[in-house]
Every structure is written in structure tokens, then in C-alpha cells.
Design a protein around this ligand. Structure first.
Ligand SMILES: Nc1ncnc2c1ncn2[C@@H]1O[C@H](COP(=O)(O)OP(=O)(O)OP(=O)(O)O)[C@@H](O)[C@H]1O
Ligand SMILES: [Mg+2]
Length: 281
């Protein structure tokens, strides 16, 4: 697909598609088929959620986009990934950062032995626009994350999980990204901190115009902050739509938002259950 493709946002307004993932297949170790034809679009200025349980393929999708699969012996074997109409599958992660796309890895990877501020500064390494612009952005990051300003001289390894997640997002911001691929920001954090971090993501989206593709198991929080959502199960998109619609969808409510005694079921279980019911009826 070419650049400038239009899609409709929640209000029916046409928006530009930045990232277009079309029918990708990913195989690990030449044999394990993990993504079985995943398609999704990330519009400019939106927060797009990629939802699904353990092992659904969220991280694999993000890594396929940012070309981080090679180190895991994974490869995209079918389909296309374009950013602003340009095929980006053969680009290095650094080249993609230069085009404005950066990934914040699952598990908030900070350099433990560096201070918070040194960590943030490593995010600016691909930039060539001078010290003044970089220090203005450092100030911007500290304004969004006041906790990081307080801890700026602390060794990252000794800061809390929430602070490390903030540091990982802050470091990504230092590359001046247009799009951030954010993997599981809620992981292991207390609900109040999760709210705080999602609130900042929303502010960054609205005030700085950063677009997000957000992988989350925490459907409830993600659908409150995102504009559009895709639900992945076993490497396939089983449902997609505006976040407000997904929140009201009875199946999503039951299987992703509700807390049932049996834990989370999958859409596939529902479908086979329905088939069984029809058959019995
Ligand atoms: N390097 C790898 N080699 C082989 N299989 C892998 C590798 N990485 C992931 N997988 C498998 O691919 C599937 C999808 O994993 P992935 O990490 O993408 O899921 P996820 O949706 O991010 O899950 P989680 O919410 O637990 O992070 C899983 O079955 C996983 O075991
Ligand atoms: Mg994951």
C-alpha cells in the first residue's frame, strides 16, 4: 500500500495511516509458526491497542515491526510492513528510529548501572540536531515525568519498577519519535502506577502528537485510553474495532473484562461452545 492512505477515526474523520501491517506470518527457528496472518493499522495521532493473553503474539508483532526478530531466530515469512508507505522490513532498528519509530521493550529495559539521566541521554544517540535541542527535550521528559527529575542522579537499577518503566518511555521520547511501540507498560505495576503511566501516554499523544501502538494484557486499562483496538489470539486477530465499541462488546466484556471463576476463556472456546450448543439444541 502507498503512503498517505486514509482511514477513518472514531469521529469519522479521515486520518493518515502511519504503520500498515498486512497479513504477516512469523516463524521462529524455521519451524514454529507464531503469527498466522496478522493485519493492523496505526493512524497518525492515535493510540492503537494490541490486546491478548499470554503468548497471543503481541510482542512478536511489535518485534516484527521494529526488526528485532533476527536476534531471536525469528523471521517474517509472509506479508508486508510499511511505514508512511515505505516498506520497512529490511531496515535495521536504527534506521527505523531515524524514520520516527521506536520500540519500548517489554520488561522496561534500562541500563541498570547508568543513572536515570544517563539512560535518558542514550535515547538521543541517533539525533544530529545539536545539544540545545536535546537538552530542551530532556526538560520536556522531566516535565512529563516529574519522578524522573527527582531521581535523575540515581542509578537506574536501584529505582522502582514504575520509575524504570517511566525511564524506558522517557528514553524513547529522547529520539523524538513519531510513533512509539510500547510493549506491556502495565507489567508488574500497582494499579495506581498503571493509571499514572497511561495518563502520561495519553498526554504525550494529545500534546506532543506521538502515535502509539500499545501491546497490553490489561484490556480494561488499555481500552479506556486507546482509540482503536485489535484482539489477538494464537497469532490471529480475532476482533478489532473502536475502543469504545470493544468495551461494550458482550464477548469482550465476558472474556477480557470480566473476572470469571474459570479465568479467561478464548473466543475460540466461545465459538466451539456455541457450535456445541447449536448441535445439542
Ligand atoms: N524466540 C522464540 N522462539 C520460539 N518461540 C517463541 C519465541 N518468542 C516467543 N515465542 C512463542 O511465540 C508465541 C507468542 O509469544 P509472544 O511473546 O509474542 O506473546 P505475547 O502476546 O507478547 O505474550 P505475553 O503477554 O506473555 O508477553 C508464544 O507461544 C511464545 O512461546
Ligand atoms: Mg509480550
Amino acid at each position: 500500500m502507498q503512503g498517505g492512505t486514509a482511514m477513518l477515526d472514531n469521529t469519522g474523520t479521515e486520518t493518515e495511516t502511519l504503520l500498515d501491517v498486512s497479513n504477516i506470518e512469523v516463524i521462529y527457528n524455521s519451524v514454529i509458526l507464531v503469527l498466522k496472518g496478522v493485519s493492523l493499522k496505526v493512524p497518525k495521532g492515535g493510540i492503537t491497542a494490541l490486546l491478548g493473553g499470554n503468548g497471543a503474539g503481541k510482542t512478536t508483532t511489535l518485534k516484527a515491526i521494529s526488526n528485532l526478530l533476527h536476534s531471536e531466530r525469528g523471521a517474517v515469512t509472509k506479508g508486508t510492513i510499511t511505514y508512511r508507505g515505505e516498506r520497512v522490513q529490511e531496515l535495521s532498528p536504527e534506521a527505523l528510529v531515524k524514520r520516527g519509530v521506536i520500540q519500548v521493550m517489554e520488561g522496561r529495559h534500562c541500563f541498570e548501572h547508568l543513572t536515570i539521566e544517563e539512560n535518558l541521554m542514550t535515547g538521543a544517540y541517533t539525533r544530529g540536531d545539536g545539544k540545545g535541542a536535546v537538552s530542551a527535550d530532556l526538560e520536556m521528559v522531566y516535565n512529563y515525568f516529574p519522578r524522573l527529575r527527582e531521581r535523575r542522579k540515581s542509578q537506574a537499577g536501584y529505582t522502582s519498577g514504575g520509575e524504570q518503566q517511566m525511564c524506558a518511555i522517557g528514553r524513547a521520547l529522547m529520539s523524538r519519535p513519531e510513533t512509539i511501540l510500547l510493549d506491556e507498560p502495565s507489567m508488574g505495576l500497582a494499579p495506581q502506577l498503571v493509571e499514572e503511566i497511561f495518563g502520561i501516554v495519553k498526554d504525550l499523544n494529545e500534546r506532543e502528537g506521538v502515535s502509539f501502538l500499545l501491546a497490553e494484557q490489561n484490556t480494561n486499562v488499555a481500552l479506556r485510553f486507546a482509540h482503536h483496538g485489535y484482539i489477538l489470539e494464537s497469532g490471529r486477530v480475532v476482533m478489532e474495532g473502536p475502543a469504545a465499541e470493544l468495551r461494550e462488546n458482550p464477548d469482550v466484556k465476558e472474556f477480557y473484562l470480566g473476572v470469571s471463576d474459570e479465568g479467561r476463556k478464548s473466543f475460540r472456546d466461545v465459538r466451539s461452545y456455541r457450535r456445541r450448543k447449536r448441535w445439542l439444541a
